[in-house]
Design a protein around this ligand. Structure first.
Ligand code: GLC
Ligand code: GLC
Length: 810
């Protein structure tokens, strides 16, 4: 069952019922100011950091679902409704939500009165525009009351929920005509405030929640709205809000547009006040003046569209399959940009206070957007590397506002450092900018101990070499990519977190997933060394990589597939001798990407085992058989019910590793089959089962052992976005930047006739046409550039012009 449709022309997903199987959300903002918005206008806004600078309040996992947002209320002669259906939930005659790229347009119609709200964050601004367009489509004159509504969050979102004994006293506002200011804590250590403005004189307002909503009313029926009368309240403590009030009349056919603006301001310490206890509003007025008319707002909206035209123009696919095209050309790239901005901090599953920017997550996310915003990708790499430790280890996360690492969600994940090699290599391949390697980058943000970025990569590589276990395989530390395989944490205390306890530290548990990862990025490191003339360094690295390959073949092979790990006691994890969890996906993915034992047939065997034991209707599960009992020496993994999350869920992030592995041995059809199974556009028809947005990937889909296989959770903020984009574009379509040029090496189903791709790389545009008249899966028989045949399958003319590239497979 579907709840809307794709409008590819406008790059929108159009939702035509407010009662989606889960709130279907979108993100506004591209740089500093961000908002989450659901299809019924729920959500919240923040400046840079969803924890420390949250502007508006949101209640997660509430009853009813999705409570709080930018709400508008219309009261016409006692009929009360909201354009986004919620919170009032009066049935609408028409409802539509269009989620586009960094904007959302919600339209509701009741008895011939239409209200359309366009929401977006203009480029280079710190505000959310809410353009309201009211149209009288009926034959009669209409007269009604309009209320806006936002509830302020007292900045620190965690404190806001917890520290009520303080918070209910601190709230402060100022009112200046149509601008309602929120200035809690501005008097003391804060230099920032927020405002909610409208570009018309108001006929009333409210800034105190109780006056507006009523103590025992709900958002669905606020006192002021029901009575049709604002309270003109001034908040002192309790819960400050912002609500504007208008009495409006519209002749038949008449339209009225207004611009509401939610903004954030920072003042220099010595310019905080314009009079005693009166905030300096000059910068707010300047910000408002940029968007105080419909014309200015429309122009800003055009700029936003152009911004996306340009971002998406770097990779354009024409495959003849509209679902594939819309994912590759629009939604998958869009989701990658959202993960760039959010990492794992704020979604409708991530509450914005727990997780900042992950070291491993952010490095991996980068491979999905580096072609769109290479300069910002470079800045991101340096930010991440700046939190690294001098021994090559890493904080697991850093806070976006301060850019400082912290161990709030644990540390000592021994896969972390290696992902820095991935992101850096992809950045250089994209841009040709080796200069990044010479940048001086601090450790733990301490510039006095800075070293070149190249040294950071070297330390990342040697962090593995210096931390090997009894089988010569990498020590796992707290965990590797799988946060829940906590082999050095024996927890029988439900009050402690698996993420921060490590009571068997010093343990010798080893990870074959990290071993495979090390072979892949160790080879990459060595290749990079050769590129910059460090051949001795490369030779040394090769030796370590070779011994790792040997160690995997000797101690990491179980006969039909790669083992997953050795536990604290030196026992096998993920082997046939195990009762449950006999096989895991991660080591199959990484060891097949690393091609460990390819000549001996290991890669093919392992991938066949994946097909046989892990594949299912809705994707490849993480492990099997699922754990049905708690295994104390394995940690969090076996705490999950069978079929969910890391315990045999379809953890979509790792499916593309298998796809890439399949392309390594030329099995295009199998790779494609795996791709389609988890790709959201192909799941649109089963949205009632899938539940999350059909335009973005979810982290997890319930696996074959779950109660409801196919049901997804945790959409948006997942490495799945970057990895699937990487798998489809670089390995299945095979358009892959390398140090010395653009490689064309498709691995597709033999029945595909071909496809075309426009790829921008280093300022040059390649119009690539791949033809598969010989019906093969892999192999390039012939390639011409501007009509001239070339040797091999790498184009390397970077002259800033356009080139025609013809590729014949065979
Ligand atoms: C979550 C984490 C990621 C981890 C994965 C598997 O997605 O963000 O870092 O690798 O879970 O446990
Ligand atoms: C839990 C989740 C995992 C996530 C981690 C983040 O372990 O299962 O997916 O990465 O928490 O801390």
């Amino acid at each position: 069952m579907k709840f809307g449709f794709f409008d590819d022309e406008r790059r929108e997903y159009v939702i035509n019922t407010p009662e989606t199987p889960w709130p279907w959300i979108n993100y506004l903002g591209n740089e500093d100011f961000f908002s989450l918005v659901s299809n019924t206008a729920g959500g919240y806004s923040f400046y840079k950091d969803a924890k420390f600078r949250r502007l508006t309040r949101y209640r997660y996992n509430n009853v009813p679902m999705d409570n709080g947002g930018r709400y508008f209320y219309i009261n016409e002669g006692g009929t009360v409704w909201s354009p986004g259906w919620k919170p009032v939930k009066t049935p609408l005659d028409n409802y539509e939500c269009r989620h586009g790229l960094s904007y959302t347009k919600i339209t509701g119609e009741k008895d011939g009165l239409e209200a359309e709200v366009l929401l977006f964050v203009p480029l280079k601004s710190w505000c959310e525009v809410q353009k309201m367009k009211l149209t009288n489509k009926s034959g009669q004159k209409r007269s009604f009351k309009l209320f806006s509504f936002q509830e302020w969050c007292l900045w620190n979102a965690e404190d806001d929920q917890n520290n009520l004994q303080r918070n209910l006293n601190t709230g402060e506002v100022e009112i200046d005509g149509s601008t309602l200011y929120h200035k809690t804590e501005y008097k003391e250590r804060r230099n920032h405030y927020a405002f909610y403005h409208v570009n018309e004189p108001v006929q009333g307002f409210d800034t105190d929640r109780e006056s507006f909503v009523g103590l025992y009313n709900e958002f669905s029926g606020p006192r002021a709205v029901l009575e049709g009368k604002p309270g003109n309240s001034v908040a002192h403590g309790w819960s400050p809000i912002a609500s504007h009030y208008f009495e409006i009349e519209l002749e038949p056919g008449e339209t009225k547009e207004m611009v509401f603006l939610l903004g954030y301001i920072e003042n220099p310490e010595d310019e905080k006040w314009e009079a005693k206890n009166v905030i300096n509003k000059k910068p707010a007025k300047a910000a408002i003046s940029r968007f105080d008319s419909v014309e200015k707002v429309n122009a800003a909206f055009d700029d936003l569209r152009k911004y996306w035209d340009n971002l998406l123009d770097g990779f354009v696919l024409d495959s003849g399959d509209e679902k594939l095209d819309r994912m590759v050309n629009i939604w998958n790239q869009y989701q990658c940009m959202v993960t760039f901005n959010m990492s794992r901090s704020a979604s409708f599953f991530e509450v914005g206070i727990g997780r900042g920017m992950g070291f491993r997550d952010s490095n991996q996310d980068l491979i999905g957007f580096v072609h769109q915003i290479p300069e910002r990708a470079k800045e991101r790499i340096i930010d991440i590397a700046s939190t690294q430790f001098e021994d090559g280890g890493a904080y697991h996360q850093y806070q976006p506002l301060t850019k400082r690492g912290n161990d709030a969600i644990g540390g000592n994940f021994n896969d972390d450092p290696l992902w820095l090699i991935l992101s850096t290599a992809e950045y250089i391949k994209e841009t040709g900018d080796y200069g990044i390697l010479d940048e001086m980058v601090p450790f733990d943000n301490d510039m006095s101990v800075a070293k070149s970025h190249f040294e950071h990569l070297k330390l990342s590589f040697y962090h593995v070499v210096n931390n090997l276990g009894p089988h010569g395989l990498p020590l796992i530390g707290r965990a590797d990519w799988n946060d829940c395989l906590n082999l050095n944490c024996f927890s029988n205390n439900p009050n402690e977190s698996f993420q921060t306890t490590e009571n068997k530290s010093g343990g010798t548990a080893e990870s074959i997933m990290i071993a495979g990862l090390f072979v892949v990025y160790g080879k990459e490191y060595s290749k990079l060394c050769r590129q910059i003339g460090k051949s001795e360094e490369a030779n040394d690295a090769d030796k370590h990589v070779d011994s790792m390959v040997e160690a995997i073949k000797k101690h990491g092979w179980d006969g039909e597939w790669y083992l997953r790990a050795y536990d604290f006691y030196g026992k096998k994890v993920g082997g046939n001798e195990n009762e449950e969890g006999k096989i895991f996906i991660e080591s199959q993915g990484w060891c097949s990407m690393a091609e460990v034992g390819k000549e001996e047939g290991m890669v093919e065997k392992a991938l066949d085992s994946v097909k046989e034991k892990l594949d299912s209707k809705y994707g490849i599960v993480l492990n099997n058989p699922a754990f049905t009992k708690y295994v104390i020496e394995y940690g969090e993994i076996s705490t999950y019910p069978a079929g969910y999350k890391e315990n045999a869920g379809i953890f979509c992030h790792n499916n593309p590793w298998i796809m890439i592995g399949e392309t390594n041995i030329g099995r295009g059809e199998r790779a494609w089959e795996y791709y389609k199974k988890i790709c959201p556009a192909y799941l649109e028809d089963i949205s009632d089962l899938h539940r999350t947005e059909p335009y973005v990937y979810a982290q997890m889909v319930a696996g074959k052992d779950a109660a409801k296989p196919g049901e997804a959770k945790n959409s948006w903020l997942t490495g799945t976005a970057a990895w699937n984009y990487y798998a489809i574009t670089r390995y299945i379509l095979g358009i892959r930047p390398d140090y010395d040029g653009l490689v064309v090496d498709p691995c597709i189903p033999a029945y595909w006739k071909g496809f075309s791709v426009k790829r921008r790389l280093r300022g040059t545009t390649f119009n690539i046409k791949v033809q598969n008249t010989n019906a093969v899966s892999k192999g390039v028989a012939r390639m011409t550039v501007d009509g001239k045949e070339i040797k091999g399958n790498v184009v390397s003319v970077f002259d800033g012009k356009e080139h025609d590239v013809q590729v014949e497979m065979g």
